[in-house]
Design a protein around this ligand. Structure first.
Ligand SMILES: [Zn+2]
Length: 99
């Protein structure tokens, strides 16, 4: 087994050199991961962005759900009104018949 050495990698994102240390190399090897291509800063930024993205998606889904609930509520009210209207109509019809 060859001795590992700290590696200098150029970040794909910002072009900055960063150290891929022996410890990290071992960790990556253990996990079966390929060498990092971005520095820690860019990685952290990407993570942040993707979590914001996820939050937004969640928010949108929630809003969508709420909109759907609103629509269902509206539909329910509409049906109730229709029933009321129908009952009222029947009542009037009955009154007419009595006369
Ligand atoms: Zn970078």
């Amino acid at each position: 087994m060859s001795e590992k050495q700290d590696k200098i990698i150029i970040c794909r994102n910002c072009g900055k050199e960063f150290v891929f240390s022996v410890g990290e190399q071992r960790f990556f090897e253990e996990k079966g991961l390929s060498e990092p291509v971005r520095c820690k800063d860019c990685k952290a930024k990407r993570k942040e962005q993707s979590s914001i993205k996820e939050e937004n998606t969640e928010k949108k889904q929630r809003e969508h759900k709420e909109n759907k609930n609103d629509f269902e509520e509206m539909l329910r009210k509409f049906q109730e009104n229709t029933i009321l209207f129908e009952e009222e109509r029947v009542r009037r019809e009955n009154k007419k018949k009595r006369r």
